[in-house]
Design a protein around this ligand. Structure first.
Ligand code: ZN
Length: 201
């Protein structure tokens, strides 16, 4: 067992991820998600930010049982990494972090707080969103992203991950990806047709 205790300057590949976490509400471009990957020793973190419209198909609080079910299905997929990410042999999923339930299932007050355009009639809420111009400029506070971080422990050197979050998504065309490892860093754009993230630059 190798224990590294004498590192004077801690690698901060994973710290970089931390700076971008937990902002579920922010401008984004529909069709384009983000992926940040960091590696430190045997730990790999993959942090996703996907427009909710592309992940679950809508960006409002659920207004039907079907929408609630879709959110729960996504949470289940994240927590158990159901085919979202294929890691190499020797890697195992160590954990999944997300706040999807907080954002979409229990954040009613916070959500409305940002809906300045909306008047007090809650039942107009859904209509407003459905007709909202989502492909032009973002209106501050009206977009929601689904964010989650998958953490893997990989016993062997890892060269790639296959990113399958495109499957079953709603028009997710690309993932703008940045990666930071102990041996380098890089950026690439993954697409449904080109979804293998390689670290050999
Ligand atoms: Zn949006």
């Amino acid at each position: 067992m190798k224990v590294v205790l004498n590192r004077l300057i801690p690698m901060c590949t994973l710290c970089l991820l931390g700076s971008a976490t937990a902002i579920a509400q922010q401008p984004h471009v529909h069709g384009a998600g983000k992926l940040f990957v960091g590696q430190e020793n045997q730990t790999w973190e993959l942090m996703f930010e996907i427009p909710a419209a592309n992940a679950i198909g809508f960006e409002h609080l659920p207004t039907s049982d079907a929408e609630t079910a879709r959110i729960k299905t996504y949470i289940n997929a994240v927590e158990n990494n159901k085919a979202l990410v294929i890691a190499e042999a020797g890697c195992r999923l160590r954990g999944a972090e997300h706040a999807i339930d907080e954002v979409f299932l229990s954040a009613v007050d916070e959500h409305h707080e940002h809906d300045h355009d909306h008047d007090k009639h809650a039942h107009h809420h859904q209509d407003k969103h459905e007709h909202h111009d989502h492909d032009g400029h973002e209106h501050h506070g009206e977009h929601y992203s689904v964010e989650f971080t998958l953490t893997f422990t990989c016993e062997n050197a890892t060269n790639e991950f296959v990113i399958n979050v495109f499957d079953g998504a709603f028009g997710l065309n690309e993932l703008n990806t940045e990666w930071f490892t102990e041996s380098g860093q890089g950026a690439t754009t993954l697409t449904p047709a080109s979804r293998t993230l390689k670290f050999d630059n």
